[in-house]
Design a protein around this ligand. Sequence first.
Ligand code: 5AD
Ligand code: SF4
Length: 480
Amino acid sequence: MSRIKTDIVTDIRLDSDKIIELKNNNEQFLIAKGRRKTYHILTYGCQMNEHDSEKISGMLTSIGYVETEDEKKADLVIFNTCLIRENAELKVFGKLGEVKGLKRKNPNLLVAVCGCMMQREEIREKVQKKFSFVDIIFGTNTIHELPMLIYNVEINKRKSVDIVDNTELIYEDMPKMRKFKHKALVNITYGCNNFCTYCVVPYVRGREKSRDPEDIIQEIKLLAEDGCKEVTLLGQNVNSYGNNLESEFTFAQLLYAVNEIDGIERIRFMTSHPKDLTEDLIKAIKECDKVCNHLHLPVQAGSNDVLKRMNRKYTKEHYLNLVEKLKEAVPDIAVTTDIIVGFPGETEEDFSETIEMVEKVEYDSAFTFLYSVREGTKAALMEDQVPDEVKHERFNRLLDVLYPIVLKKNQDCIGKVFPVLVETAEDDELTGRTEHFKLVHFKGSKDLIGEIVNVKVTDVKTFHMKGEIKKYGDTPLLKG
Ligand code: 5AD
Ligand code: SF4
């Protein structure tokens, strides 16, 4: 059994006297009004936030709330915020303005703001000043305190703020309300130690901590028993998983262990940092039959000069070499990436190296971002910030190169049959993903949601493919 230095907390204190009083209050509300109190969560940002929202839902369900799709009907509206780029921040402020109107109409409405934005003191102060109707503020490290914060507002009639900047604690056993039965997000690390110079995450999510492998495996076994077929292992840098564990346990070892769990059919993970992608991990991706043939490997930029100033700790040669090794090991692997355009000091020459990178790797898809200045990061202080119009012009040029490549990769799929995990249905149109993370639409019964079916691709666009279900007996594409 491995032990970790990080402290694990399993007592989420849902049975303290105060929380029991709060639960009783909520039961009284049900008797008086004939309905349970409702909540609505607005989630911004990445999968880490999506998963935190599942934990928030779990905490609220355990004290007697139910979810509503309609924020106008909610008794509690929660903003789970993101700080990664300015756009995400502006969206939250815009929406808070709208919710102010709801609060005016219904003074009993509770409004809570949490997530990455709330980890920054100056933004918390701005929210408290400009949106003084907000009742509860909590951070990424205090989700487990939400029932107590609601207690303070409802019973003690006090606005509540609870933020912990950086913590060594990992809260296991937090109740979770999963959005999907057939697929689940599973945290493996929290926080980040990399300090890429453009990125605010290490400042708001704190230092990297790995969960105990046994806790992860136990969680996934329970998920599998509950009918879950696909897990996505989550961390800011999954490849450095295990660095703070007392006994050695690497990410590659974790993949082998998860691969053994009955009932799980697909394993995904994100995000991989190229500096920590080891030969062992490439071997694990090849050898573990349940690990999907897809790797999201953010490159961020193609120029060594820019990569150095981004503090990415790899060169373009190293990155290209990794991709080559991956494709050698798993020939039909889909590679996707993140790219930032207009990092401070990016010259036309630097940018052309990013374009070259896209052409060489032939990405299956990419998230492309305009560099956004984030206060408190090193890059925010760098001279030679790239003017907006230059950023936009380069961004468009990048898409002009990227999209035809993505389309061509999809065209290569025409006529081939892929196993697809069916995720959603609208009328008789089903949507699912291939192992390569490509979105496919096809006709079929909604009873197939959660099933893996063989789909022949008949037509493709840049962002999705169309297909038809193949009957029993057709051979799916196997891992290369
Ligand atoms: N500006 C633009 N993009 C950013 N990202 C992170 N910080 C910034 C920023 N300041 C992008 C990176 C990262 C992804 C999650 O968001 O590409 O991989
Ligand atoms: Fe941000 Fe870099 Fe950490 Fe990713 S690895 S969260 S980009 S600092």
